[in-house]
Write a protein that binds this ligand. Structure first.
Ligand code: CP
Length: 316
């Protein structure tokens, strides 16, 4: 992967949170918090064109990047793959180069292929910034940032004593990978270390080193015992066809978060989910819409986190 920073360590692209220094991560979160409190920077991207280039569906990421760029004063272009010349065979690289030729400097890209955004970054002009809005199962760095911002607001900036359960389809989840990258960086401290429990059926656990340092279990009740945070993941229904999950009913029985199960967590535990949710599968309505849910706060924070990233990469 090409480096996402320049020689001075400043961000040129945002491709991953893996290896991002703690100071850089914290600075982005501080700035995101500033925006979350209602401050703006309307002129920061005045005269800068940003394109949302999505080759996969999205509601939250695409809309919140659009709002974030607009709030910074950018000109925002929205690329719709289905009605674009990619349907005539034009490559993503040629699409990028043509949009660059029109003067677009910022590209927010989602692609089903792992590493696709980094490949585009390698082909981009020197003053172009690529922002990864989700590639394959690898990275979703702005989801990681908005999740960390939400956690900081709820539990304070010291993550080293936190107990977190991450539950569901970790194997296919770019959200889980980006969250784990950030949690490990922010949760390491002298005299303490974050407690991350990962819970899923064996068929939905990765075997690629993603879970280093985590406690792995197939028992949801054990995973939830005393936790401060329950992070639920979307069951990717398309995996059913691969035979990785027997049935939605079985999955809900073994891995669905219900109000009864949530009582095993700490009394002030919070519940997170990146969306979109399969209600009644990985989470019940009662929990998703209940008082411990931060799910819509995560969505609100998405705008602030994306403003911080766009400003860091594109403000001159
Ligand atoms: N969390 C998330 O990435 O949602 P979208 O797919 O709707 O963007």
């Amino acid at each position: 992967m090409i480096p996402q920073t320049d020689a001075s360590g400043a961000l040129r692209h945002l491709l991953t949170l893996d290896g991002m220094p703690r100071a850089q991560l914290s600075a982005l979160l501080d700035r995101a918090q500033h925006f979350a409190e209602g401050h703006d920077a309307r002129g920061a991207l005045a005269g800068t064109a940003v394109c949302t280039l999505f080759f996969e569906p999205s509601t939250r990421t695409r809309m919140s990047f659009t709002l974030a760029a607009q709030r910074l004063g950018a000109d925002v272009l929205s690329f719709d793959a289905s009605s674009s010349s990619t349907s005539k065979g034009e490559t993503a690289r040629d699409t990028l180069k043509n949009l660059e030729a029109m003067g677009v400097r910022g590209f927010v890209v989602r692609h089903k292929q792992d590493g696709a955004v980094a490949e585009l970054a390698a082909a981009a002009n020197a003053d172009t910034a690529l922002l990864n809005a989700g590639d394959g199962r690898s990275n979703h760095p702005t989801q990681g940032l908005l999740d960390m911002l939400t956690l900081r607001q709820a539990k304070g900036a010291d993550f080293s004593r936190l107990k977190i359960a991450i539950v569901g389809d970790v194997k296919h989840s770019r959200v889980a990978r980006s969250d784990l990258h950030a949690l490990r960086t922010l949760g390491a401290a002298e005299g303490g270390s974050i407690d991350i429990r990962v819970c899923a059926p064996a068929s939905l656990l990765p075997d690629d080193g993603t879970l280093a340092g985590c406690t792995v279990t197939h028992d949801l009740d054990a995973a939830l015992e005393g936790v401060d945070v329950a992070m639920m993941l979307r069951l990717q229904r398309e995996r059913m066809e691969e035979g990785l999950v027997d049935s939605l009913d079985d999955y809900h029985r073994d891995y669905g978060l219900t109000a009864t199960r949530l009582r095993r967590a700490a009394p002030d535990a919070v519940v997170m989910h990146p969306g979109p949710m399969n209600r009644g599968v990985e989470i019940t309505d009662e929990v998703a819409d209940g008082p411990q849910s931060l799910i819509l706060r995560q969505v609100s924070n998405g705008v602030a986190a994306r403003m911080a990233v766009l400003e860091a990469l594109l403000a001159r």
